[in-house]
Design a binder for this molecule. Structure first.
Ligand SMILES: Nc1ncnc2c1ncn2[C@@H]1O[C@H](COP(=O)(O)OP(=O)(O)OP(=O)(O)O)[C@@H](O)[C@H]1O
Ligand SMILES: [Mg+2]
Length: 252
């Protein structure tokens, strides 16, 4: 066993993960470790493999090689619902809400589906109460009877976040560009929701974003990808001054 891995509290670990699409190598021997309890930023120039990484962890794609571990368990061959059942939620940059269902129904549907599959027997009333509380947290409770398609882009992101937080227990929340094209006041709500879930429910976050100022306020540590690999990892201050990072951003 690698002595460096003994006694660490890695929640998510990728080792030598690869994914290609035809001739395009999107992720190329990626090593990435996220500790339990962190809010981690994932940055990198366009096309560096960030979304592909999120899709690999959430099992939308299966890696061509390498290992992905969640709290020590190999998960790279599991299916998306099995990943969700282990407490991994995600948002999509392009919202996958049920457009013709109400805001409240969108939050309830995944929890009710879990209920139907004989998952943890949470009382329906409890599920409903948590849904209302989460909608209140993301300032959407007043819109609970509106159709999801009536929401703005930012509100749709808030709804995706509330829906993800319905997972019980939730351990890891993967977010792909949650701030892109979002109104500044909604950005603040998203940030507060992330920090609160991190603080109060110990949810670990891995957040892909190009918005450095926002990410700097949220994440204690950032990982930088370039051409499918990790090229830097650490605090913002240490990472942004590394020549490899400057080169990756300016070189293209
Ligand atoms: N489904 C796919 N089919 C073919 N090529 C893909 C697919 N998904 C991603 N790629 C390619 O893989 C590379 C990495 O893409 P990815 O979307 O992961 O980058 P990204 O870091 O999320 O970029 P951006 O910041 O622009 O969102 C790119 O060259 C992209 O064109
Ligand atoms: Mg992307």
């Amino acid at each position: 066993m690698n002595p460096a891995s003994v006694g660490t509290s890695a929640l998510l670990e990728l080792r030598g993960v690869g994914k290609r699409f035809g001739g395009v190598v999107a992720v190329n021997g990626l090593d990435l470790t996220v500790e339990a309890g962190e809010v981690r930023g994932l940055i990198g120039p366009n096309g560096s493999g960030k979304t592909t990484t999120i899709n690999l962890v959430s099992a939308l794609y299966r890696p061509d090689g390498g290992e992905i571990r969640l709290a020590g368990e190999r998960i790279e061959r599991l299916r998306p619902h099995e990943i969700a059942a282990r407490g991994v939620a995600r948002t999509f940059q392009i919202s996958k809400l049920f457009a013709n269902m109400t805001v409240l129904e969108n939050v309830l549907v995944p929890a009710l589906a879990e209920f139907d599959r004989g998952g943890p027997r949470r009382a329906l009333r409890e599920i409903h109460e948590r849904a209302r509380r989460l909608l209140d947290l993301v300032l959407l409770d007043g819109h609970r009877d509106a159709l999801a398609r009536e929401l703005s882009g930012g509100q749709s992101m808030l709804l995706q976040i509330a829906r993800g937080l319905m997972l019980q227990p939730i351990r890891l929340f993967l977010m792909d560009e949650p701030f892109a094209g979002v109104h500044p006041t909604i950005k603040d709500t998203i940030m507060e929701t992330i920090l609160r879930a991190n603080r109060e429910e110990a949810v670990t976050f891995l957040i892909v974003s190009h918005e450095m100022t926002t990410l700097r306020r949220l994440a204690s540590r950032v990982s930088v990808m370039h051409e499918g690999r990790l090229i830097a990892d650490g605090s913002f201050e240490t990472v942004v001054n590394q020549p490899a990072v400057l080169e990756a951003y300016l070189g293209g």
